[in-house]
Design a binder for this molecule. Structure first.
Ligand SMILES: Cc1ncc(COP(=O)(O)O)c(C=O)c1O
Length: 368
């Protein structure tokens, strides 16, 4: 299986498994901006050669200034990390609640961070029947009966691509709990600035908002994320971080990223169009893509299709196309896969290969 180390995007394992060179694989198992990094990043990287003999800025001044200006935050409210993954781990270690709650299914690192910190895990189970959203009654029950001290939530959620209503997040905050909102994929949303939870930081001292720069700017190999929260908590968490955990290249790219206004606009426009096109095409193949607000889709293998997520991953892999077997997410069965959304040429290739494979696994009576 492709997720033997817990995540999609593991090209090395895929190459070993399918006997195909890493550079020839088409990766739909991790969710990056298909435009690749902005062109200006290449220039920064080329010049960077001269800087590697120096330590990075230990307090990340330039990148923090850029983040503060982008989201209208005070510098003291911001901490930068070696990817959002470091900050998820750090914030749970810092709060160390007796009980912490997650929505199921969600990003596997949430549960792992909670378990690693020795906290009791509370799960809020969702399913397709409620569009993978918790109901209001369900949240009230969790607050009243379990009283978790921390909620760790994807906004949008991974792998479902759903966005919790802000009222639900505020309800959790009003219960007095800490709420960590992972906005790793929110920057793909055209309405990002209206939806972001950054705007509530001044009201709620127990709110933390995490962002990743690896997905939108297509630099997962560099590692860069940030988190904002109340000044006193952020300063205390900095004390728990390893020194120089954010390398100088990541800091330089992060400081330049928000100036890429044309790239940002192009990415947001591409996604709106591609979600709608790809959804229609997948439905034509007899698949059931779940409605998404971001650059991946949870897709159900319908009754007409006589293949499970593991077999399909294996067969697609033989053609050099990697998909995420979503049965590895707690709460999902082997009737679900997750697909990234890429550029039209790649998406056509994905659809063509899917079509070839699904033809062989169609149950009798399908009229597609
Ligand atoms: C929902 C979510 N949050 C955070 C991360 C981690 O992002 P980063 O690459 O910035 O560590 C991922 C990575 O896949 C993710 O899916």
């Amino acid at each position: 299986m492709l997720e033997k180390y817990g995540h999609g995007g593991d090209l090395r394992s895929a190459s070993e498994l399918f006997g195909i060179a890493e550079g020839e694989l088409l990766d739909y198992s991790s969710n990056m901006n298909p435009h690749g990094p902005p062109a200006s990043f290449k220039t920064i990287i080329e010049r960077y050669w001269h800087d590697i003999i120096h330590y990075p800025d230990p307090v990340q001044r330039d990148v923090i200034a850029a983040i503060a200006s982008r989201h209208q935050l005070a510098h003291e409210q911001i901490i930068v990390g070696n990817g959002a993954a470091e900050l998820i781990d750090l914030v749970v270690r810092y709060i160390k609640p007796s009980k912490a709650a997650i929505i199921v299914p969600s990003f596997v690192e949430y549960e792992q961070a909670i378990v690693k910190a020795g906290c009791e895990l509370v799960t809020i189970e969702t399913s397709e029947a409620t569009q993978f959203m918790p109901t209001r009654e369900q949240l009230s029950r969790v607050i009243d009966e379990c009283s978790p001290l921390l909620y760790l939530l994807g906004y949008p959620n991974n792998p479902t691509g759903t966005l919790l209503p802000i009222e639900q997040l505020l309800k959790l905050l009003d219960s007095g709990a800490y709420v960590v909102v992972d906005e790793a994929f929110l920057d793909f949303h055209p309405d990002e600035d209206r939806l972001t939870m950054f705007q509530w930081l001044n009201r709620y001292e127990r709110l933390f908002v995490i962002r990743s720069m690896t997905k939108f700017y297509a630099i997962p190999g560099i590692r860069l994320g940030y988190m904002a929260g109340a000044n006193q908590h952020i300063q205390a968490m900095k004390q728990l971080q390893s020194p120089w955990s954010v390398n100088s290249l990541a800091q330089k790219l992060g400081a330049a990223a928000f100036d890429e206004t044309a790239y940002i606009a192009k990415t947001k426009a591409w996604l709106v169009e591609e979600i709608s096109w790809l959804t229609g095409e997948l439905e034509q193949l007899g698949l059931q893509p779940h409605r998404t607000v971001t650059n991946y889709m949870l897709v159900r293998l319908t009754e007409q299709i006589n293949v499970n997520s593991k077999q399909l991953q294996q067969e697609m892999g033989m053609y050099g196309v990697l998909i995420r077997d979503a049965s590895t997410f707690r709460g999902l069965t082997d009737r679900y896969i997750r697909l990234a959304i890429k550029d039209r040429t790649s998406n056509k290739k994905l659809l063509h290969i899917l079509e070839q494979i699904l033809k062989r696994h169609r149950r009798e009576g399908w009229q597609g």
